[in-house]
Ligand binder design. Sequence first.
Ligand SMILES: Cc1cc2nc3c(=O)[nH]c(=O)nc-3n(C[C@H](O)[C@H](O)[C@H](O)COP(=O)(O)OP(=O)(O)OC[C@H]3O[C@@H](n4cnc5c(N)ncnc54)[C@H](O)[C@@H]3O)c2cc1C
Length: 416
Amino acid sequence: MSDKHADVVIVGASHGGSEVSSRLRQGGFTGTIALLGAEPYLPYQRPPLSKAFLAGEMTVEQLLIRSPESYTKAGIEWHPSTVVESIDRTTHSLRLGNGEAFGYGKLVLATGGRPRQLTIPGSELQGLHYMRSIADVDALRPGFVAGAKLVIVGGGYIGLEVAAVAVKHGLDVEIVEFAPRVLARVAGPELSAFYEAAHRAAGVKLRLSTGVEGFDPAPGKPGHVGAVRCADGTVLPADLVLVAVGLVPNIELARDAGLAMGNGIVVDEFTQTSDPDILAIGDCTEHPLPFLDGQRVRLESVPNAVEQARVAASVLNGQPKAYAAVPWFWSDQYNLKLQSVGLSHGHDRVVIRPARTPEGFVAFYLKDGRMIAADCVNSITEFTAAKRLVTEKTIVDPAALADPAVEMKSLLAAKV
Ligand SMILES: Cc1cc2nc3c(=O)[nH]c(=O)nc-3n(C[C@H](O)[C@H](O)[C@H](O)COP(=O)(O)OP(=O)(O)OC[C@H]3O[C@@H](n4cnc5c(N)ncnc54)[C@H](O)[C@@H]3O)c2cc1C
């Protein structure tokens, strides 16, 4: 039995875990901090995995959220390749994968999520890939070569971002999407249509309203995928397949320890779980969003993980400051930089504002006359203004919003 112990133990060394460790010190925490992570890397940025890192434009060192020295300097003890298997809440102790125990004063769960796996016939074949980690990109890379046939299952952000990099690298890319449009879960039809046109123009094939029934082995290459069988009867030859069909939150540790569960680990606006000594942050949590009048959501974004980390650190430092941010998100595909703010669910009106550049797009989502969300591509001025209009749920004049001659600035000034 080991006598390892820290005053604050953070499980999960990624966006949330790194941020909470650093914010704790910034807030004056003088106790011991241990950051335990299953991966062999210091916390790194995940968004570039499907963008610049996959494109070979970034190294692992450039992915790191903070330098190795910054953890040492702040006295944050990092434990790589360390899997936490269970929590004993009575003894305030974790059981690690190597059988050791690790004691905690307070515990922060920042365990994130993992890609949803397919279990249809042929899912076990080699050449089928998922994308969540550096290891996943490393596994994909050898087959990611010009001329290879890549089938992407799922037309969400990760699928689309990988398609953009792949087609630029000369791969032959086809996306198979069950819904009638890409980004159906997260975006309005106008934004979906914008991205569908951009991908088609770049040479990506889109097969919409089509499920995938299974994967066939390659003739002469036993155990390796050779084709994707679609529900519409089409068989698509494939040298490699990326499955990007969503995320499953890593909640098992918390669930097995008896913490309250919803569509994630249930926390309040102070990231507090049902155990007063355990907090949880990031993709693994379900939390009330003040912006939605306390409606509970589980968000998958870096800004959310960082905001919850800020809240958790404030609580652990004895100066609790509740979750206050409005959700926002970004995506990079080709030279299209999307910035989205708010959540468009429940909108009753969409206002499209003609973009200032041919490669731009701006959609505002209104509910009862108030702006609740915006999607802006290559439109930083509109996004900056929308961030304020959405945060303040401003009543806006749709005609002025749609008129590019009306400056966004004046809408901010005119708010009631
Ligand atoms: C390819 C890709 C592109 C993305 N692009 C964007 C983007 O453009 N914009 C954006 O806002 N968001 C993007 N995201 C989402 C964003 O990366 C996540 O929201 C963010 O990483 C969440 O951070 P987290 O700390 O909550 O969890 P994670 O980043 O999932 O980290 C959790 C960590 O905990 C570890 N862990 C889990 N269980 C245990 C255990 N029992 N013991 C020890 N360690 C454990 C995991 O190994 C992992 O390292 C993208 C994600 C991916 C995969």
